[in-house]
Design a protein around this ligand. Structure first.
Ligand code: ADP
Ligand code: MG
Length: 268
């Protein structure tokens, strides 16, 4: 079973990219499960066609004997969809929700027969809970979604620090950077440079495209909404790369000054 995680700054495009990759892999014949680890609970929205109403944390809170059927939902093309869930804003710890959710899935053996599990994790919180997929060996191949914006690179660099820390005692490795375009100057070139300095590579550059927003407005992935589009093919190619990538590394994070210099070098 392949265990992949997407990390990145909030709003950068993790869930959109994850859902399209899941759709591509499923269409290709793999049994895929996508697990949202973000209190937004919207990771699987494009696959389910609606916001997941039964999150793991919510079900554990409301019911005594939670079963796999309560928390693993079937979405587009048979993709298994799970949302870890989180506390109401302002109460409790969101990272804790991920710990409880992943432990629940493990004890229920809810995902034992999957070919690939894709964890979609919020990465700009420096809370131990969000590191759980990396720290506890749930995911082995980590990908960081980033644009060329400084704050996105800053989050990416912090995630790389987390991977570096846990790679020492575990098997977790960085598979690469997935560029998701925000139309910053020479963005793809800069992300390639950033990845190289992190001792990894840019595995794909997904351009900003209005078809993504149109598909989202229809609560669908681009693969479902516009299967013949260039954007759909870009997601298929990315999915293929993730499947065959064996070039996994221990990253070498940058200092904040180095990040600033990088942005200035390309953006000035
Ligand atoms: P995250 O999961 O990282 O918080 P989302 O996947 O929810 O981010 O994406 C945030 C917004 O950006 C969504 O409205 C999504 O449709 C949009 N988006 C993501 N990737 C692209 C893209 N390549 N082109 C256009 N819009 C995009
Ligand atoms: Mg998301």
């Amino acid at each position: 079973m392949k265990k992949i995680a997407f990390y990145g700054k909030g709003g950068i495009g993790k869930s959109t990219t994850a859902a399209n990759v899941s759709a591509a892999l499923s269409e290709r014949g793999l049994q895929v499960c996508q697990i949202g680890c973000d209190p937004k609970n919207d990771s699987t929205r494009l696959l389910l066609g609606h916001i997941c109403r039964r999150t793991v944390l919510g079900m554990v809170r409301d019911k005594d004997n939670v079963t796999a059927e309560d928390i693993v939902h079937t979405g587009y093309h048979g993709i298994r969809c799970v949302e870890a869930g989180g506390p109401e804003p302002g109460v409790g710890c969101a990272g804790r929700g991920i710990i409880v959710a992943l432990e629940k899935l493990r004890t229920l053996h809810a995902l034992d027969d999957q070919d690939l599990i894709l964890y979609d994790v919020l990465g700009d919180v420096v809370c131990g809970g969000f590191a759980v997929p990396i720290r506890e060996g749930y995911a082995s191949d980590i990908y960081i979604v980033s644009s060329g914006e400084l704050m996105s690179l800053y989050a990416a660099n912090n995630i790389a620090k987390g991977v570096q820390r846990f790679a020492v005692r575990g098997g977790v490795r960085l598979g690469g950077i997935i560029g998701n375009g925000r139309n910053t100057p020479r963005e793809e070139e800069m992300l390639r440079d950033f990845a190289r300095r992190l001792h990894t590579r840019l595995v794909a550059f997904v351009p900003r495209d209005i078809v993504v927003n149109k598909a989202e407005n229809n609560r669908q992935t681009v693969l479902q909404y516009a299967p013949d589009s260039t954007q759909a093919q870009i997601y298929r190619d990315l999915a293929e790369t993730l499947l065959i990538n064996t070039d996994l590394t221990v990253p070498t994070p940058l200092s904040f000054e180095e990040l600033e210099d990088l942005v200035a070098q390309y953006g000035a």
